[in-house]
Design a binder for this molecule. Structure first.
Ligand code: DGJ
Length: 568
């Protein structure tokens, strides 16, 4: 059944909605809940995106991308993230040219691969370098962000509905074209709407329109959302609201505290204002001038949300917004994009951009991977990692993200520079591809978990089903060799006394969770591997290789199936 969505956007789009394409076509990519997880489904089946992001400008030339696809395929990717710019498809206002993107889609199809399209339009890394020239030149019609007492910066202002509607019109044209050319084939899975939005070099837009909106009351829609969701708001956001009296109306500064004083001008990398080293170390975990950041988050969310709505009216595949995260040298909003979909403003984005399905971290800060995945999966936000490092540690990070946080995709940046015979993640992608059914079947059901090991965290417990597994990095003579850290172990409970364990150089011991005999013994212990989703056993182990069957006898190198029993 096709469901029609009524839109607030221009009339032409509403017509498209009435034609019935607005929400569904059979098998089109969509998001579906499975227990606590949200999975991407394509052609009615769950799909895990083993992907990488092409360099920003790769897909501006069909010729350039020709040799890339087979290389991605050979490294076991099933999808690539590909930028398409507003300038590329609408070089002259109102005249659209989809020839390059059509060619790139054909190439992906020829390799049986999928694509996620990155809509580089009003913003790319905060700035507006991918807008068409007719937009860039006409800065009076398409107003810019102003910082530091009125200096224009080459960033479209999110407060302008003219900017928004021009972008939305082009995006709707792209989505209409995708529906017409890909609506039955489903090469394109998802859309990233814009790229790393947010104001840089100042904590907020200070154009006259922005100053007026900042001095006005916080919009009622946002205040209503906050009150309605007050018990489940993101904690760091709720703390700011509470600290200023949990007001239900007032200006941005009345409700969320003071913004950056007009008199204070700071160079972009300055850790504001004079700080001790201790303060600096803590600054990137703190919110400075949250009123400014929350205000900008509302402006960007409303704008990006409207662009997404216009696109979904044409072809409603899943859409997400990606974030440039606050990092150790980012002490105040403006050193990182102020107003982007960072964890602290997830509520503002949810309230302002309901057409955006996922808020996605560009996750280069892998030393705090667990913290960031945890923050980004709050309130049921699905985890999709559109940008990350493809270095050796990616092999561990991807396993952790999909098994512990039910990620729907993982995507190292500038992938065409990395793939090849030495690309370790390619081997992990092949391993995951073999295990896909078991991973997808178990996401969100409480039957799969993962632990991540670092030098400081060499031993961890996973409580899963009837047993708790204590897993540690093996250092015994039976499992020699340095373990590459970080390392990940995945545990899947496939029956009351049966587990699969995936990892390398690990020792595992099991203890019972419920009443009954206290001792745990090893029943069947098999080495093996997953091939096309099926478990193919290798050696069956007992005796010397399993400590004579005592529970401490499981040493994992690759994948293992273990059955347990209890005795006294
Ligand atoms: C993050 C951006 O989203 C990418 O497009 C690219 O510019 C990288 N940064 C560069 O490191």
């Amino acid at each position: 059944m096709r469901i029609v969505r009524v839109l607030g956007f221009a009339g032409g789009l509403a017509l498209a909605a009435l034609q019935g394409w607005a929400q569904t076509t059979p098998g089109m990519p969509s998001l579906r809940k499975q227990g606590t997880a949200t999975q991407l489904t394509v052609d009615g089946k769950p799909f895990l995106a083993l992907t990488g992001e092409l360099g920003n400008n790769a897909a501006t030339s069909v010729e350039h991308t020709k040799s890339i696809w087979p290389r991605l395929k050979a490294s076991n990717l099933n999808t690539a993230l590909v930028g398409v710019s507003w300038a590329q498809i609408e070089p002259v206002e109102g005249k659209f040219d989809f020839s390059v993107i059509d060619g790139v889609i054909q190439q992906a199809r020829a390799q049986d691969m999928h694509m996620v399209i990155l809509w580089f339009a009003s913003w790319k890394n905060g700035f507006s370098s991918y807008t068409p020239d007719w937009v860039k030149k006409d800065f009076e019609r398409f107003p810019l962000v102003q910082i530091n007492k009125g200096k224009s910066i080459a960033m479209l202002s999110p407060l302008s509905t003219v900017n928004r509607d021009a972008d939305a019109k082009a995006f709707a044209a792209l989505m209409r074209h995708l529906r017409e050319t890909d609506g039955q084939v489903h090469t394109v899975l998802m859309i990233q709407v814009e790229n790393e939005v947010g104001v840089l070099r100042d904590s907020r837009d200070r154009s006259p329109a922005a100053n007026k909106a900042f001095a006005a009351p916080v919009p009622k829609e946002l205040m209503d959302y906050l009150q309605k969701h007050k018990d489940t708001l993101i904690s760091e956001f709720a703390e700011v609201w509470k600290a200023h009296g949990s007001k239900t109306s007032g200006t941005w500064e009345e409700v969320f505290g003071p913004g950056k004083p007009d008199t204070l001008e700071l160079a972009v990398r300055t850790l504001a204002p004079p700080m001790t080293q201790e303060d600096k170390d803590a600054a990137w975990h703190k919110l400075t001038w949250p009123a400014d950041e929350f205000f900008m988050a509302w402006q960007y969310a409303r704008y990006v949300g409207k662009v997404a709505e216009a696109g979904k009216a044409e072809y409603a595949i899943p859409m997400y917004a990606n974030a440039w995260l606050q990092q150790p040298d980012h002490g105040w909003p403006g050193t990182y994009p102020s107003g982007g979909p960072l964890p602290q403003v997830m509520d503002v984005w949810k309230a302002g951009a309901p057409a955006i399905d996922i808020l996605a971290p560009d996750l280069y800060l892998t030393q705090v991977l667990t913290e960031l995945c945890t923050r980004y999966t709050r309130q049921g936000n699905p985890l999709f990692i559109p940008e990350t490092s493809g270095a050796a540690e990616a092999t561990s990070n991807v396993l952790y993200a999909i098994a512990q946080f039910n990620a729907i995709g993982f995507s190292p940046f500038y992938i065409e520079r990395q793939v090849g015979p030495e690309f370790q993640l390619g081997k992990t992608y092949a391993q995951i591809a073999g295990m896909l059914p078991i991973i997808l079947d178990n996401q969100g059901k409480g039957t799969m978990a993962a632990a991540r090991f670092t030098a400081e965290n060499a031993s961890q417990k996973i409580k899963l089903g009837n047993y708790t597994a204590e897993i540690s990095i093996a250092r015994s003579r039976r499992a020699p060799g340095a373990v590459a850290l970080p390392a990940t172990a995945i545990l899947i409970s496939t029956g009351p006394d049966e587990y699969f364990i995936i990892g390398d150089s690990l020792n595992v011991t099991f203890s019972p969770n419920g009443p009954g005999p206290e001792q745990v013994g090893l029943g069947t212990v098999e080495e093996g591997s997953f091939v096309d989703g099926k478990w193919v056993p290798g050696r069956r182990l007992a005796g010397d290789d399993t400590e004579q069957g005592e529970t401490s006898g499981v040493r994992v190198a690759g994948a293992m199936r273990v059955t347990l029993y209890r005795y006294k």
